[in-house]
Design a protein around this ligand. Sequence first.
Ligand code: HSE
Length: 436
Amino acid sequence: MKPVKIGLLGLGTVGGGTVNVLKRNAEEISRRAGRAIEVSHASARDLGKARICDTTGIILTTNPAEVVDAPEVDVVVELIGGVTLAHEMVMKAIHNGKHVVTANKALIAKHGNEIFAAAQAKGVVVAFEAAVAGGIPIIKAIREGLAGNRIEWLAGIINGTGNFILTEMRDKGRDFADVLAEAQALGYAEADPTFDVEGIDAAHKLTILAAIAFGIPLQFEKAYTEGITKITREDVTYAEELGYRIKHLGVARRTEGGIELRVHPTLIPERRLIANVNGVMNAVLVKGDAVGPTLYYGAGAGAEATASAVVADIVDVVRALTADPGNRVPHLAFQPDQLSDLPILPMEEVVTAYYLRLQVEDRPGVLADITRIFGEAGISIEAVLQKEPAEGEANVSLIMLTQRVKERSMNQALAAIARLDAVTGEPIRIRMESLG
Ligand code: HSE
C-alpha cells in the first residue's frame, strides 16, 4: 500500500519534533498504523532558518495554502499556532476533504464547534490530542478510556511554563522574569508568554477538557481565568507552613446548577500527588463515578513530548481512513447531536475554601473587626496565622484559611474588610481545593 502523505504546517519546535519522531520510529509507527507514513510537504515562515530536524526529501514552501491544496497530501498537520491563519488553513483542509491533526489549543477552544461541524459534514477527522497537556494522552483517556463513567470533576496543572515558574520560585527563590525567560529559551512558553502567566493557555486547555468530559460545546469565553502574576514568595512560604502548595490549576466540575469552569492559583494539600507535580510537568486528575479518581502525569510541553501526541493522532487518523465515518470516535466524545446545554456557572456562584493574606495594623481589636465581618457573612474561619512585623514595619501579615463559601459572599466580605482603617492594601485571596 502507498504511504500516507502528511502535509506539515509549521516547522518550529513541535513541527521539528514531529518530523524527527516520525523518522526515528518509522518502522514501529507503520506497524501500528498499518501503512507507512511520510511527511511529503511542509511550510515554514522562514525557509532559511536553522531547524532541529532534517527536511531532506520534503517539498518546502513559505505558503501553507500550497500544502493544504497539494493533491497528494492526505493529512494536514497544523502546527503554526495562533488563530487567524491556522483557522483559515484548517477550514481549507476540511473543505478539501483532508483529515487534520492540530496541536492548537487556542484554535480548538475558540473555533472548535465550527471546525467539528464542518469536519462532520465533510466526513473527515480533526484530531487534537497535542492541544492539551502536551504528551499526556488525556483526550484519549477521557474520550475513550473513561467512556463508561459519568465524569464528576477534573483538575489539572495544564500549563508547563506556569508550573515551572511556581516550582522555581518555591524551590530556589528565583525571580519570576528570570524563570520565564528560561522557559522561553527552552521552547515551553507560548509565542505571547502572557498566555502562560495570565492563565489564558490553561483556560484554552480546560475548555477542551470540560467539553469532552461533560459533553458540552466549547465555551472558552465563559471560563474564569486568573494567572500567577500576583503570587508572591511570601504566599508560597505561608502556604507551605500551613501544609499546602500553590499550583496553577484548571478546574471543571459538574454541580447541580451547572458546570464550574475556572483557572486560578490554588492551594492544594501537600499530601496530594498532584501537589508534587513540579517543573514543566503537567498532570490531570479526573474523577469518574465508576473508576474514582485517576491521575495522568507527563511532560506538558517540549518538542518530542508534544510530537508524541501529534504522531499518535496521525496514527489514529491513518487507521480511521478505512473506517466508516459514522463509526469513528466523536470529536467531543459525545455524539454531535447529543451535546448538553448545561450552563457554565458564573464565578460568583462557585463555592471554594480560601487562603487570605491581609496587611493589618498591629493593635487590639483588628482581628475582632475582621472576624465580625466574616461572621456576618456566614464565613467560617478554619485557621489563622499572624506573622511578626518585619523590622521597622508597623503592619503585620494576617493569614487566614476559611471553610467553603460562595465566591459572592467572599467578595462582599473582602470589600468590607478592605474598607477597615486598620487594613492596608488589597486583601490577597487564593482559592483552595482539597481534591479528595
Ligand atoms: N506554553 C504551553 C505550556 C505549551 O507551557 O504548557 C504547551 O501547550
